[in-house]
Design a protein around this ligand. Structure first.
Ligand SMILES: *[C@@H]1O[C@H](CO)[C@@H](O)[C@H](O)[C@H]1NC(C)=O
Length: 482
């Protein structure tokens, strides 16, 4: 009996322990759920994407907090409408992979805190290295603009919005800072088998090709930035179905990159913008300005030819040497004091010199037969540039006679146009209406119909068919049909 009693009382203890434990467990669950919810709803102050909130509704929502969420969303919409929707500016919904920081801001020595993939841009923007690295910093500005699309106060332009559900996106953005990776990490250290730049490209290909998003479209709706001509050298051969954002097609075979599929983005100019430019035709003493490297491989021979043709013209400035850090001020002064600025093909058809000239209001003279120009589908460069075929430019006196024949009025017309369009080539954060970042997104948006057409076309014969149907088809269709 005593034994039974003891057993009974100990089982009571066990039962009540179980009860307490369950109670504890349940209350813990409720507590964490409510915290989860509170955190989420405070997070909406900076999380713009209304869709992302509805997609991941927590399990327990009290009426009260549901109202708060509703209010948040309405507030968001109002602000969004006030800023963006008025003139139908929003063009693109973009899904961005949460790539490991080693592919993007990690390359800028940014250290993730609390496992976050992205820096909190409300606090601080990791800076991009200066000097000539900046020419190809397009990857950085586009990524920042996507992050900023979720932060109201940082929003001044609205071509693009980041969405968290890839099925709702028009395009999928791959945030790999490929130019920085090339510029900074393509040297192989003695103890490494491969450079970090190569390793990252391999990892990227492996990651992308295994993603649902990639498989869905075969990569056709993906955007990969590779602005430096040597960036993504290995991965481009695998990622070519994607839309590339490039400086030119000089180092790409036409099946890998072409003007139908890809977007040409400007370089970020290294010369200082000519703000408060009060100069006139007569107050710019130099007729024609060129500064650049001389002995270039490939198409660059023309630089040397032109040097010999122009070196004795008194109002022509023609010097060799790349614009290094301390040379920027001098080059700025030179271009700001010139009427025309030469842009001659180097080892690639494009160079930042064209964009330096635009920022200087110095009418560009382009001698580069294969150059591709940013946004040329909506921008007529002949309104503010002089184009000269290489075969003509190397004829005795041809170029200098042509330049001297351009009258003051014509130059002023082109200069005025330069002042109107220079904003299209400005990269900045926060991005502003009509600047380079917005213009690039708009160029991407203009490609959407053709991307969709290509994706749909590629699906014609890839519907899921049962084996039986497949069998029937292969019988009823001519052999070479497939
Ligand atoms: C993402 O969007 C698609 C299409 O609108 C929808 O069917 C799907 O449920 C969404 N996914 C999530 C996780 O909400």
């Amino acid at each position: 009996m005593a034994v039974a009693e003891r057993n009974a009382s100990s089982s009571v203890v066990i039962i009540s322990r179980n009860c307490l434990f369950s109670l504890f467990l349940i209350s813990t669950i409720f507590f964490s759920l409510s915290w989860f919810y509170v955190l989420r709803s405070t997070g909406t102050h900076h999380l713009v994407e209304a869709g992302s909130l509805t997609n991941s509704k927590p399990l327990t929502v009290t009426d009260n907090s549901r109202n708060n969420l509703q209010e948040e969303k309405e507030l968001f919409r109002k602000k969004y409408d006030a800023k963006c929707s008025k003139d139908n500016e929003l063009l693109l919904k973009v899904y961005m992979y949460d790539l490991n920081p080693e592919f993007h801001f990690g390359l800028l020595n940014w250290k993730s805190e609390g496992g976050s993939v992205w820096p909190d841009i409300r606090v601080k923007i990791p800076s991009y290295p200066g000097g000539l690295n900046l020419q190809h910093s397009i990857e950085y500005w586009l990524t920042l603009d996507l992050l900023a699309s979720e932060v109201y106060d940082k929003r001044e332009a609205c071509s693009v919005i980041r969405v968290r559900n890839s099925s709702e996106a028009d395009v999928i953005f791959v945030p790999f800072f490929s130019s920085l990776s090339y510029n900074r990490f393509s040297k192989r250290h003695p103890n490494e088998k491969k450079s970090q730049n190569k390793v990252l490209q391999e990892k990227l290909v492996k990651f992308l090709t295994s993603q649902e998003e990639w498989k869905r479209s075969g990569g056709k709706d993906h955007i990969v930035v590779a602005h430096h001509p040597n960036s993504l050298l290995d991965a481009r051969l695998k990622l070519w179905p994607a839309m590339f954002i490039l400086a030119d097609f000089g180092r790409y075979p036409p099946n890998i990159a072409n003007v139908e599929k890809d977007v040409i983005a400007p370089y970020k100019h290294v010369i200082k913008s000519h703000v408060n430019d009060a100069s006139e035709f007569d107050s710019r003493p130099i007729l024609l300005y060129f500064q650049g490297a001389i002995y270039r491989k490939d198409g660059g021979f023309v630089r040397q030819e032109l040097f010999y043709l122009l070196k004795d013209e008194k109002d022509v400035h023609f010097t060799f040497g790349s614009v290094q850090k301390n040379g920027v001020t001098e080059a700025s002064r030179g271009m700001h004091s010139s009427k025309f600025c030469l842009n001659i093909a180097g080892d690639t058809p494009s160079s930042n010199r064209l964009f330096d000239a635009i920022a200087s209001h110095c009418v560009p003279v382009i001698i580069s037969d294969d150059i591709e120009l940013p946004y040329e589908d909506i921008l007529d460069y002949s309104e503010f540039c002089i184009f000269v075929r290489t075969s003509d430019a190397v004829k005795e006196k041809f170029l200098i006679n042509l330049i001297r024949s351009i009258k003051k009025e014509e130059w002023m017309r082109m200069r005025d146009r330069l002042k109107e369009i220079e904003q299209f080539f400005e990269f900045q954060y926060p991005s502003k209406k009509g600047d380079a970042v917005q213009m690039i997104w708009q160029a991407v948006a203009r490609k959407i119909p053709s991307i969709r057409r290509n994706i749909h076309k590629s699906r014609r014969f890839s519907q899921t068919v049962t084996d039986k149907e497949k069998g029937l088809r292969s019988i009823s269709l001519p052999r070479n049909f497939w």
